[in-house]
Design a protein around this ligand. Structure first.
Ligand code: UDP
Length: 336
């Protein structure tokens, strides 16, 4: 399969920890590096090796050599869009500059495959939905730009060195491992489904609805929510393709190709919890487009992957189960 390990950066974080599970479940060997600024060491499955280190650390090439790493899945980075607007240099440091260093380490160590967690934020405000990979990329915030710059670096590096890559442009990632092994543990999360299940478990008293005057079916924002475990499996399938076709690289939307409005998501949360969670109607959040839905035809035909969990109630159910488990953890462990 792969004559060495897969390094997962940010493997102690939300999406990274699910990728670690998917890789291990598929029989890959894994080494995680994570600086634990937002991740949790307990989120790393015990079958993976763990090194507490930042991706730009000069010791990374040594770790790559020591573990015989043959592929990197790069999740580490900063992910809060409004913060990227108020502190752009943090995003160009943690996302763009740190990744430049990691790619250099990969080239130096002769790592032949690289998978990058990119984002639908690279498109900015789309001209049309569903959005296809060939549509213009005009990010409207530093977060999206910091990721697009990394895509550009990978393109140029792959043209100059023996490395191929896949960039997965994520739409809205939600849910948790259906077996309850990981989930979103981030403190101060801003994402809708996470916030709604926090409200369901009593961590919040209501959910704000940001904008009710969009040109959508009910006036609230429409997004393409993808289950984190499906997304994690897409990374494994993408890796297998990179191994099988060394000369080829790919940029692929990762979404289900259908959208739900904020109200529809909150209806699902009410259904699943059998509660009526209070909705506070508020103004639009800066920079929120009306609708982001993936054209996912490319990923469906390129990699050996099909969504298994395309079910909004199921996504909410898994997110809720994790939120409840998190609430039962010792506070000291949770907040570390
Ligand atoms: N949203 C909301 N209330 C919240 C968080 C989000 O109404 O507390 C809306 C947001 O305006 C957008 C959708 O839910 O239309 C998804 O937002 P989220 O922050 O989850 O992801 P984004 O699409 O911004 O990456």
């Amino acid at each position: 399969m792969l004559d060495g390990k897969v390094m997962v950066t940010g493997g102690a974080g939300y999406i990274g920890s699910h990728a670690v599970l998917a890789l291990l479940d598929a029989g890959f060997e894994v080494v995680v590096i994570d600086n634990l600024v937002t991740g949790f060491d307990w989120a790393v499955d015990g079958r993976a090796a763990f090194v507490e280190m930042a991706v730009e650390d000069p010791r990374v090439p040594g770790v790559l050599a020591e573990h015989g790493v043959r592929a990197i899945m790069h999740f580490a980075g900063s992910v809060v869009v409004p913060e990227s607007v108020s502190d752009p240099l943090k995003y160009y440091r943690n996302n763009t500059a740190a990744t430049r260093s990691l790619i250099e380490s990969a080239v130096t160590a002769g790592v032949p495959h690289f998978i990058f967690s990119s984002t639908a934020a690279t498109y900015g405000t789309p001209e049309r939905v569903p959005i296809s990979e060939s549509d213009p990329t005009r990010p409207i915030n530093p977060y999206g730009m910091s990721k697009l710059m990394t895509e550009t670096m990978l393109r140029d590096v792959a043209a100059a060195h023996p490395i191929n890559y896949a960039c997965l442009r994520y739409f809205n990632v939600a849910g948790a491992d259906p077996q309850g092994r990981s989930g979103q543990s981030t403190v101060g999360a801003t994402h809708l489904i996470k916030i709604a299940v926090e409200a369901a478990t009593g961590k919040r008293d209501a959910v704000s609805v940001f904008g009710t005057d969009f040109e959508t079916r009910d006036g609230t924002g429409v997004r393409d929510y993808i289950h984190v475990s499906d997304l994690a499996e897409a990374h494994v399938a993408a890796l297998k393709l990179l191994i099988a076709q060394p000369g080829e690289s790919h940029i692929l939307n990762a979404g289900y190709g259908r959208g739900f409005s904020v109200m529809e998501v909150l209806d699902a949360v009410d259904r699943v919890t059998n509660m009526t969670i209070e909705r506070r109607l508020e103004g639009r959040r800066a920079g929120d487009p009306a609708e982001l839905v993936a054209d996912n035809s490319a990923i469906l035909k390129t990699i050996d992957w099909a969504p298994k969990r395309d079910d909004l109630d199921g996504i909410v159910k898994d997110a809720l189960a994790w939120e409840r488990a998190l609430a039962e953890r010792a506070p000291a462990e949770r907040g570390r």
